[in-house]
Design a protein around this ligand. Structure first.
Ligand code: GDP
Length: 442
């Protein structure tokens, strides 16, 4: 059966300078050409200027089309991209005409799925496409770009090659056992297994950082009313977002903002005062504060350096000892001394740089920037863990002198984990789940 031709608007919904409709499949050209009047015939890898024709043949828009001939396209199929003016009406008209001419509306991620199925991208690269699109900080984009470039697959390839070689040697040993062929010495098997385990363990350890880069962290700012939480929040987001007033207890709701801290996306949550209150609205705020604290990966306790700390604050400090927290003494521009913790002035900006550095250190991102390949999602982490588990079982078996047939089973298990990572053996339902998380047109 000939592959279906799919179509989608590839640019985000709404109006813009340009809007692109992407058509992929064997009929891409024959579907696109009748609705266009091009100045010159389509040519692979060339943009062509032309008119988009209305149903009656009159000119509706001026467009630029680009034709990518199979297999040198994003999907590996014939692809035509029509860039019209970014009018939803025009783009939908192109979409409908393409469908009338036999194309099918693409599912979310279907273009990338085709790139994967044709072998042009492995699964980690396909996931990187989505991560790149969804990146909220430049650092996230860089990590995704490296993964899209195949950094992860490259790091795994030597391990895979070594395992395949080992399997070949062991299988040969089994086949020729009766013929007195030199079987691989036990120590050599163990050495190889341990050798390939090391880089995988390193990769598995990168998940904590990769996850951090991809998902970011939530940081809650807590403290008594008027301690300067909102002011500090604004300093950190460098925008006048939260309302700052001189009256105690004004920040009654949670205000959240995404900031980039050293390339890590941080969801900053400004909370209402943690003071107990009879006022109903404020009680709700206090409850929300508790929730925000419970959800936060990191808590910033803001203390007013011009005030002596009260019992409540002392209790909070005690509680925060159990978890990731930073104690910040604010208003040091008007206070002479503070206590244990970092000293800042949200008003003048003093100490804010140090606070940022400290937070960054808390997020343990020191090593992130130079790293070229890391596991960024749970699926990848589990695949690598499966490989490591297989190797560990093989190491135990080989060490105990168990027959090579049994050791081989464990090595095959490890290899399957690596295939799972790159998508070579990933089940269809898992693939569907991954690609359905993409946007339409990608
Ligand atoms: P929140 O209730 O904890 O969110 O506190 P706000 O951020 O609303 O600040 C309360 C008051 O303290 C406001 O009048 C701020 O201008 C003032 N304030 C906040 N930070 C500082 C600071 O570092 N120095 C001084 N002098 N005043 C500050």
């Amino acid at each position: 059966m000939e592959q279906e031709t799919i179509v989608a608007i590839a640019t985000p919904p709404g109006r813009g300078g340009i809007g692109v409709v992407r058509i992929s499949g064997p009929a891409a050209r024959s579907i696109a050409e009748p609705m266009l009047h091009l100045r010159a015939p389509m040519e692979a890898g060339r943009a062509r200027f032309g008119d988009l024709l209305d149903e009656d043949g009159s000119k509706l828009d001026e467009v630029v089309t680009t034709y990518f001939a199979a297999p040198h396209s994003y999907t590996s199929d014939d692809v035509v991209e029509i860039a019209a003016h970014g009018s939803p009406v025009v783009l939908e008209m192109i979409l409908r005409r393409a469908i009338d001419a036999g194309a099918r509306l693409a599912r979310p991620g279907e273009f990338t799925e085709r790139a994967f199925l044709s072998g042009r991208l492995d699964l980690t690269q396909a996931e990187a496409v989505r991560d790149l699109i969804e990146a909220q900080t430049l650092h996230q984009a860089r990590v995704a770009a490296q993964q899209l470039g195949g950094a992860l697959a490259e790091r795994v390839r030597p391990v895979k090659d070594a395992l395949v070689k080992l399997i070949a040697a062991l299988e040969a040993g089994i086949d020729f056992a009766e013929d007195d062929v030199d079987v691989m010495p036990q120590q050599a098997i163990l050495d190889t297994l341990k050798e390939v385990r090391a880089p995988l363990a390193e990769l598995a350890a990168s998940y904590a950082r990769g996850h951090l880069v991809r998902e970011g962290v939530t940081m809650a700012i807590v403290g008594r009313p008027n301690a300067g939480k909102s002011s500090l929040f604004n300093r950190l987001v460098e925008r006048e977002r939260a309302i700052v007033t001189a009256a105690a207890g004004t920040t009654r709701d949670l205000v959240t903002e995404r900031v980039s801290l050293g390339g890590i996306p941080v969801e900053l949550v400004d909370t209402a005062g943690i003071r107990e209150s009879s006022d109903e609205a404020e009680s709700i705020g206090i409850r929300k504060t508790r929730e925000a604290m419970a959800d936060a990966d990191l808590v910033l306790l803001v203390l007013d350096a011009t005030q002596t700390i009260n019992d409540e604050e002392r209790a909070w400090m005690e509680e925060l000892r159990q978890r990731e927290a930073v104690v910040v003494w604010n208003k040091i521009d008007v206070a002479a001394t503070a206590g244990e913790g970092i000293e800042v002035s949200a008003l003048t900006g003093e100490g804010i740089g140090d606070l940022r550095d400290l937070l960054l250190a808390k997020l343990k991102t020191g090593a992130v920037t130079s790293e070229t390949a890391m596991l960024t999602n749970l699926r990848q982490q589990q695949a690598v863990q499966q490989a490591i588990d297989g190797l560990d079982a093989a190491i135990t078996a080989a060490g105990a002198g168990i027959p090579h047939e049994m050791v081989l089973l464990d090595i095959y298990g490890a290899l399957r984990g690596l295939d799972e990572l790159t998508g070579a053996t990933t089940a269809d339902d898992v693939l569907n789940l991954i690609f359905s998380s993409f946007c339409i047109g990608k």
